[in-house]
Structure formats: structure tokens, C-alpha cells
Design a protein around this ligand. Sequence first.
Ligand code: BG6
Length: 467
Amino acid sequence: MTHLSSPSDALVFFGATGDLAHKKIFPALQAMVKQGQLKVPVIGVAKAGWNLEQLRARAHDSLEKYGGVDPVAFEKLIGLLRYVDGDYQDAATFVALRKELKDSRHPAHYLAIPPALFETVVEQLAQSNCARGARVIVEKPFGHDLASARDLNRVLLTAFDETAIFRIDHYLGKRPVNNLVVFRFYNAFVEAFWNRNYIDSVQITMAEDFGVQGRGGFYDQTGAIRDVIQNHLFQVLSNLAMEPPVRNDSESVRDEKVKVLKAIPSIAVEDLVRGQFRGYRDEPGVAKDSQIETFAALKLAVDSWRWKGVPFYIRAGKCLPVTCTEIMARLRKPPTLIPDSVLKENHLRLRLSPEITIAMGMMSLAPGEAVSLQTGEMVASRFPCADETDAYERLLGAAMEGESTMFAREDYVEEAWRIVDPVLKKSPPIFRYDSKTWGPAEVERVTPPGGWSNPTVSPEVTAVKAA
Ligand code: BG6
């Protein structure tokens, strides 16, 4: 189990007939072929009683629905596609896979399957000689709590070295999320104020204006904290709070992210408000007395040299008024002679979606002769381009090259669970909220100084996104 630097010479994806493959993987594969990034055999594995023709038809259907068929790239993809049908419990499935892999020495095995199946598949890969020299790409959710994440790591480490394990969090493949690091470290002026001396509070909001979209069965075992906060929003937080890495290699970058999480004490019950939208319990797959949160607002501390004393707030929810992910950092007020109530603080607003915005809020004299102040924003904004690389395409390409920076390391995942695990176990009360509102009234208990900043999305942006 030595460090592997050669690119993967085959891509195996388990769960080939599933939902994730349909929505994300086939579109990513076609795009990779189109970019000339994917030229090796792509072997789908599933237990569906299908043959290769059926998988090809499924790939076509996937592309018709998600992103469009590119005739030239699609033909090439179809040429690379293979299929192995069989039960994951059955050793014969893996014998067939080894045969299909032919002389491939460095396959990448992508486990796009429920975590309950990981152990079986990993064991079978090891026994069938498919794991040697290989990489493994693991889909989220990576565990359900700290103990299960450790178990999962233990299972993976029986067959793969940590450097060969690629844990997917698709937020790490998002350019606007990576841009946070670039914005902070490539602009000298940011360094001057991006610390506890100037920043008063930071809030991150991930709002979605839709519900669980038919995923009730999954969601009701998960909830907002496990679904998007422990993973996606902690990645955003790490990018906001980390120190500059001392080198550009993947481990130096990932070391800094782990340090951020290490500096965060586990969340206290009084610093969390959980909500559930009215109507959630009527969704298929959801328990009639479900105590799972579709909304969470929490406060945490980053007790590092840079951030000690600055509260960080995170809020995420389904069925909120808009779909938007945005960061709002408020600065301390200057010691002016005018009353504090008149003076609004400066802010930095960083929007990650649906469009990318960087805005600085500042005070100036309002027009007219009276001495009154107004807040204005200096805004830089752009729509993501239509041909922007999708997160999955970027991540799969990186994993096959063995580039680990955009993947969660074992210690990071475990630290992230450590922060949320105790409060999840205590299961604090759930408060109901109406769809299209900003969560339950009780959220007042966990509110940043100056209040939550509720993002609005202009109809123009919504129209561009829908197009
Ligand atoms: C997924 C969650 O991981 O991320 C979903 O399971 C959520 O519930 C989605 O809607 C959000 O991803 P994105 O890329 O649309 O912000």
C-alpha cells in the first residue's frame, strides 16, 4: 500500500444504475471525455439484471435530462463503457470485474452506493485483487456520527492507504468555494482586516427554496446538520478561517483546514436551534412523528489566534424563501462621535450561489445637506458561465490523477463529526416553521449581532439559472 502517483487506468463505478449516476456521474463522464480528460475504460457495476446495452440507454437518458447529449463525446463515452452485473455479496461479481479490468494496474473504484454497502464492496475488492494499486472514491455521507465515520475509515484502510482514499464533498469541487481561498490569500488588502481585530461576526447561510425532492427516506435519517452543515458548510468555514498554507501541496493545504476544526469546541445545546417545515412529515419516506431537522441555525467559536472571540454562525434550511449560499462578515464599528445606533458597521458579503458576488458595505454621507449617513455596497458580481466545469467532473478528474487537495482527509472528517456529534445525540427540540419563511421564530435565540442577513435573489438571476 504505497503512495500511488500514476493516473488511474480504469474507472469503476458501483451503483451504475442508481440515481447519482443518472443525475451527476454520466454528465460528468461525458464532459470529461469531451475535455480529453477521460480515455480509459469506464466499468459500471450494479445489481439490476441489466446488460451493457441497457446501461448505454440509461447513460443516454441521463444526458438528455441533465446537460444534453454531445453526439461526438457521447459516442466516445459509449465506446469506453463496460458493465458488470451482480450482487455485491457475491465473489463472482468481483471475479467478473477483475476480468473486465484486464491488465489495468491502477483502477479507481468509485463507490456511488449507500454506505451500508461499503464494507462488503471493500472486502470483495481486496479479495478479488482489484484493490491493489487502486484508488477508492467514496461518496457522502461519510458516516452518521463520529463512531461510524471511524468504523468506515477503518474498513477503507484495511484495503487502501489513506493517500489512495478520496472522500467526496462536492462543495470542494465548487469554484466559488475555492475562490474564497484565492480571494483571501491573493489580495493583500484582505489580510489587514480578516482577523479578530476587525471582524465582529461571520455568518454563513445556505438557503434552499425547495423541500426534500422525493428523498424523504434518506433525509429522514439525516437532517440538515448531517446533510449539509457537517460537510459542505464546514468546508466553506474552513476556507474562511484557515491560515495560509506553508506550501501548495495537498497535505499542507489540508493540514490548515484540520487546524481550523481542531480549534472549534463541540457545539453547545444552547447554541443550536433546529426547525422543521410544516408539511415535511407528509413527504413519502418521512416518519409521521419525525424529529429530524430541515433547518438548523448554530453558533460556534473558532478558538485560534486569528479568530478567538469572533462568533461564527451557520444557518441552513429547506423550504426557505430563496436558494442562495452567502457569507456575511460584519466589521467592528469605528469609534466615531455619532450615536452607535446611527452608525451601521462595514461588511464583506461573499455570495457563492446562485451567482458569485463579492460586496463591501460602507458608510457615506447621504445626498442633501443634512448630516445623515447611508450604507452603500461596492459590488463585483458575475454569473457562472454556462460552460463552467461541474464539481463532479472536476473531482473525478482530480481523483483519477491522484490529486487529493479537493478531498476530505480522515482526520478532517473525524474532527467535523466531533464538533456536531454531542449536540446531535442530545437531539434538542424541533420547532416548526412555514415554508417560504426564514425558519422558526425561536431562531432569535441564535442570532448574530446585527441580526441574520437574509439574502434576496433578483428575478434576473433566477431566470439565468433556470435557462
Ligand atoms: C447535497 C444534499 O449534498 O447538497 C442536498 O444532500 C443539497 O440536500 C445539496 O440540496 C446542495 O448542493 P448544491 O450544489 O445544489 O448547493
